[in-house]
Design a protein around this ligand. Structure first.
Ligand code: PLP
Length: 371
């Protein structure tokens, strides 16, 4: 183990590749690999490099995330999933990004800048800017309304240097047991698709729909979470392998006497003589402070509880008197150790959030090591 790290995450790029291939096989569609938010905390450049030959397109949330990939030398098409402010049109054109468009202002600005760019190049073949249209079918956070989408798309055809490459929508509830609203959203987007048959990419499926709604697979799927080996809900028709483990090391071991407290606020009080371990990882690393007094970690192959509050840089766990533990031993926060395993889901459930948030909160201080 790398002794220079008090805490680090290990990312298994082979698992991400295998998950991507499994998802492609399961859906039979093109793969738009969602690598937004630093590839859900896994590190966008190594992940994109690992998926370059498998993904048909990368999808990110912001123009800056797209630029980061281009600057790292990624040549694969990159889709910006959320319609950016018109100020970003220049970067979209310069870095040859494909962008989502849900309003006329951005579309016009993109068209204008694409015209200028073509004027300023020697090449005779005209380069268009590729766009995808986001249709709001009930998520109600962005997109063109599904009843207006086909009119909007017709109007866009007057902007001659834009190429409408895709039309998509996003599910609000595909991860839930009850799929009826997802099917209603599918019906709504189908009305748009009937009037826009010439557009090459119809795509609607996030991870949940890629796994459990076969009718949603269409031309391409847009899984994020499942690429990293995590299931968004209870539907698990295929086997995915979690790619990330989070590790730390035992930094200090001691005994405390009955009546003594542990960590800020002394919220844990020992009722008998106990043995405890200090571990250098905390909420400054993105480990949820809400796990204070209720989380568990793996030490020596056993679950050991967190005592008292999780601090910014440290936390304390209870050891058994018989545990054969020494300073420097591995502590697993997420992942496997011997026969025990703590999944991201378990942590998320514990603190009333979703695995997405746990993963994207792992902070920059935690070194990513790729295996
Ligand atoms: C984040 C996102 C996805 C991927 O969602 P997962 O649940 O991680 O698979 C797909 N499409 C859009 C528009 C998104 O914002």
């Amino acid at each position: 183990m790398d002794v220079t790290n008090q805490t680090h995450v290990e990312i298994n790029l082979k698992a991400i590749q295998a998950n991507a291939i499994t998802l492609k096989k399961h859906t039979g569609s093109k793969l738009f690999a969602v690598v937004k938010a630093d590839a859900y905390g896994h590190g966008v450049i190594p992940v994109a490099e690992a998926l370059q030959t498998i993904a048909d397109m990368f999808a990110v949330a912001t123009v800056n995330e797209g630029i980061e990939l281009r600057q790292a030398g990624i040549q694969t098409p990159i889709l910006i999933l959320f319609s950016p402010l018109p100020d970003f049109a220049i970067d979209i054109v310069n870095y040859e990004l494909t962008t989502t468009v849900d309003n006329w202002t951005l579309a016009e600005q993109l068209n204008r800048i694409t015209i200028d760019r073509n004027k300023n190049t020697q090449s005779t073949n005209i380069k268009k800017t590729k766009i995808h249209i986001n249709v709001n079918t009930g998520m109600n956070r962005c997109g063109v309304g599904y009843t207006e989408a086909d009119k909007f798309i017709k109007e866009l055809k007057s902007l001659t240097l834009l190429e409408i490459e895709g039309i998509f929508t996003h599910f609000a509830t595909a991860d839930e047991e009850d799929k009826s609203f997802a099917y209603l959203q599918l019906d709504r987007i189908s009305l748009v698709y009937k009037k826009t048959r010439d557009i090459p990419f119809k795509h609607v499926a996030n991870s949940a729909a890629s796994l459990a709604i076969p009718e949603s697979h269409l031309d391409a799927v847009r899984p994020g979470l499942s690429l990293y080996g995590i299931y968004p809900g209870n539907d698990k028709p295929i086997t995915l392998e979690p790619a990330l483990s989070w590790k730390a090391r035992v930094g200090w071991i001691d005994f405390i006497e009955p009546g003594e407290g542990v960590s800020y606020g002394l919220t844990y009080r020992a009722t008998n003589r106990i043995r405890i371990a200090g571990i250098q990882v905390g909420y400054g690393d993105g480990y949820p402070r809400a796990l204070s007094g209720k989380g568990e970690v793996l030490i020596g192959g056993f679950r050991r509880p967190i005592l008292g509050r999780v601090c910014m840089d440290m936390m304390v766990c209870k050891l058994e008197l018989t545990d054969k533990v020494t300073v420097g031993d591995e502590v697993v926060l997420i992942g496997k150790q011997e026969n025990e395993e703590i999944g991201v889901d378990e942590i998320a459930d514990h603190v009333n959030t979703i695995s997405y948030e746990i993963l994207t909160n792992i902070s920059k201080r935690v070194k990513r090591i790729y295996t």
